[in-house]
Design a protein around this ligand. Structure first.
Ligand SMILES: [Zn+2]
Length: 233
């Protein structure tokens, strides 16, 4: 008998290699309908189909549609942090299954997937980009091409922790660039990231892609902060 399979979160025995314990899966705060047709924020139960949240009505995102698999809390927060700081790639495979379910329509319409890029110096220090892991896993599940080379972060930005949406927008303004406009022009791009906080990073990426001629930019994240005003990540 080989080593027993263990849950990547609790490290307790589970039924298959890399599988989450049933209790963990049951406790994961998946986002369900109704949610904002634009940013994916959960809405009150009586919201009409295709309704948007107040924030999107007032100040729309550059990203056309954002979908997230889970709220950034509890187990979903544990998984996201374990992937980001613990380097557990198996969690990206689990997360990608949830993301595919949350964003099937966006995936179907996308010409290619693009992970939110890290600055080369941060990538060198960490050794991996968890957004790229998620994009690669999602590409395998959906059959869509993954282009991690087209969008780059040309400026290293300070941590976004504790900043407001406006502060985050200023922080990432002009931080991204494209490497090949011809590969982007006329295409619909699906950005992939681990956590959505205010959407400032995704919007800065989207603006860069749209200026390069993309016909539309959507985004899919593993988790999203449901109350951005209390975010400290
Ligand atoms: Zn919204």
């Amino acid at each position: 008998m080989a080593f027993p399979a263990r849950c990547p979160i609790t490290h307790l025995p589970t039924h298959a290699a890399g599988a989450l314990q049933a209790e963990i899966w049951a406790a994961t705060p998946f986002i369900k309908t109704p949610f904002c047709a634009a940013c994916g924020m959960p809405l009150e139960a009586q919201a009409m189909p295709f309704a948007k949240c107040g924030a999107c009505e007032i100040d729309p995102h550059r990203v056309e549609r954002i979908r997230s698999a889970c709220a950034y809390q509890g187990v979903a927060r544990d998984i996201t942090l374990a992937m980001k700081h613990g380097g557990d790639r198996n969690l990206a495979r689990i997360g990608a299954v949830w993301m595919r379910a949350a964003g099937e329509d966006l995936l179907a319409e996308a010409d290619f997937l693009a992970p939110t890029p890290l600055h080369w110096s941060r990538l060198a220090a960490r050794g991996y980009n968890q957004a790229q892991w998620l994009a690669t896993a999602l590409g395998r599940l959906s059959g869509k091409p993954v282009r991690a080379d087209l969008l780059i972060r040309r400026r290293r930005t300070p941590s976004q922790g504790g900043l407001s949406r406006l502060g985050r927008q200023r922080n990432v303004a002009g931080a991204f660039a494209v490497t090949d406009r011809r590969a982007i022009a006329g295409r619909r791009v699906l950005l992939v990231d681990d956590v959505l906080t205010t959407g400032a990073t995704l919007d800065a990426c989207a603006l860069t892609l749209l200026r390069a001629g993309a016909i539309g930019v959507d985004a899919i994240t593993l988790a999203r902060v449901v109350r951005p005003e209390i975010a400290t990540i």
